[in-house]
Design a protein around this ligand. Structure first.
Ligand code: RFL
Ligand code: PHB
Length: 393
């Protein structure tokens, strides 16, 4: 096979890039390790920043998001049994949309197949070759047959556990892991609040989120080494009731659990996102703590930059945008990494019985709840800082 851009990974990053390139008349081939059903069912992110929403609309994949996504103008911080609303719209003029990542992936796959774009599922043994030449190549196995795709550029959008990052010679990585994890559930129950609730309780953090008017998504801070078998459904519900309680009579509606799992808390940044004709994007290059809801939004931001840079290459033989990719992308990545770390520190309870740290977190929450300047800072980071000049195409 021969194409212009070979993309490894059909998550939000790889699929959106294929779509944005298609709109500019640039051909691509997308190779995905899993089957279609698996990638469409994987329960992950749910919060779309203002700029992500705009990007999906511009990419022509916003119709179902606009019809079914839940627009939120604010969020609730809950601590000391009290609720404090951060009004995104009033503070920043922007809002967010709650729309499941698996719905985004479904919409992008449908758009890809609609235009007859190449998208191969269940590929195995992906290896990359000749990345420092003008004719890089991806070798892989599909339906038991060894195949190759020759391209002008290779994009590694294969997530944190993918193979692409391993081809960046001598890249420096920054990493931090945390002594806690998130236990996430999806329940067949109408949300108990119109907006997300980020709660800090002495037992630990809890988050009330949602996917639709009938499906609730919630998370509990648990120990890093926690085994899911120690969390039968009734224990999960009891802990959610405790941690989400307030003094205004908040009641949590229960329902059948559709999914439950434990996600480790890890923050990771790779300081290079390019090696010759290879560019990496999204979780392949960086992962953020989920507290700031930034992961998928950063993947979208990377891809916006890349699509513009590749578009500039094909339309005007420009290479400056490609050369500047890492530097521009990493500025946004570090901002989001800091925001996610800050939200995490403020809302979680240290398992090391750190009474001093607890008081610092509470003082910070109190400051955010009482200062318009701090609330505005949270709101502008949460809804997504505007893309700087050079990001729009
Ligand atoms: P993905 O989605 O991991 O997609 C990578 C794809 O590459 C495939 N792959 C390969 N394909 C071919 N060959 C190989 N060798 C391959 N190796 C891997 C994989 O099968 C997969 O399909 O990465 P991408 O596209 O960069 O997207 C990133 C997002 O998925 C991620 O950042 C978010 O899910 C993070 N995240 C959240 N982000 C938000 O913006 N808002 C949120 O509210 C939010 N909540 C979350 C989250 C992530 C979570 N988990 C489970 C990690 C909540 C959770 C619980
Ligand atoms: C989610 O709905 O899955 C979600 C929302 C907000 C976060 C993380 C995850 O910060």
């Amino acid at each position: 096979m021969r194409t212009q851009v070979g993309i490894v990974g059909a998550g939000p990053a790889g699929l959106l890039l294929a779509q944005l390139l298609q709109l500019q008349g640039v051909q691509s081939v997308v190779l995905e390790a899993r089957d279609r059903d698996y990638v469409q069912r994987r329960v992950r992110a749910g919060v779309l920043e203002h700029g992500t929403v705009e990007t999906f609309r511009e990419a022509g994949v916003g119709v179902r998001m606009d019809a079914e996504g839940l627009a939120h103008d604010g969020t609730i911080l809950r601590f000391g049994l009290q609720s404090h609303r951060i009004d995104f719209r009033e503070l920043t003029g922007r809002s967010i949309v709650v729309y499941g990542q698996q719905e985004v992936v479904k919409d992008l796959i449908a758009a890809r197949l609609d235009v007859g774009g190449e998208l191969l599922f269940e590929v195995a043994d992906v290896t990359l070759h000749d990345l420092d030449t003008a004719r890089p190549r991806i070798d892989f196995v599909h339906e038991g047959v060894a195949r190759s795709v020759e391209c002008d550029f290779v994009i590694g959008a294969d997530g944190f556990h993918g193979v692409s990052r391993g081809y960046l010679a001598g890249a420096r990585t920054y990493e931090r892991s945390y002594p806690f994890a998130w236990l996430g559930i999806l329940a067949e129950a109408p949300p108990s609040s119109h907006e997300l609730i980020y709660a800090r309780h002495r037992n630990g953090f809890a988050l009330h989120s949602m996917r639709s008017p009938t499906i609730t998504r919630m998370y509990l801070q648990v120990r890093a080494d926690e085994d899911i078998s120690g969390w039968p459904d009734d224990r999960i519900w009891a802990e959610l009731h405790t941690r989400l309680a307030d003094d205004a009579g908040f009641t949590l509606t229960e329902g059948t659990l559709l999914d439950k799992g434990i996600t480790p808390m890890r923050s990771f940044v790779c300081d290079r996102m390019q090696q010759g004709r290879l560019f990496i994007a999204g979780d392949a290059a960086h992962i953020v703590l989920p507290t700031g809801a930034k992961g998928m939004n950063l993947a979208v931001a990377d891809v916006r930059l890349l699509s513009r840079a590749l578009g500039g290459y094909y339309a005007d033989h420009r290479t400056d945008l490609l050369d500047g990719y890492t530097e521009l992308a990493l500025r946004r990545v570090w901002r989001a990494t800091h925001f996610s770390w800050w939200m995490t520190a403020m809302l979680h309870v240290s398992p090391h019985d750190d009474a001093f740290g607890d008081q610092l977190s509470l003082a910070q929450l109190d400051y955010v709840a009482s200062s318009r300047a701090m609330a505005t800072s949270l709101a502008e980071n949460y809804t997504g800082l505007p893309y700087p000049k050079g990001w729009s195409y």
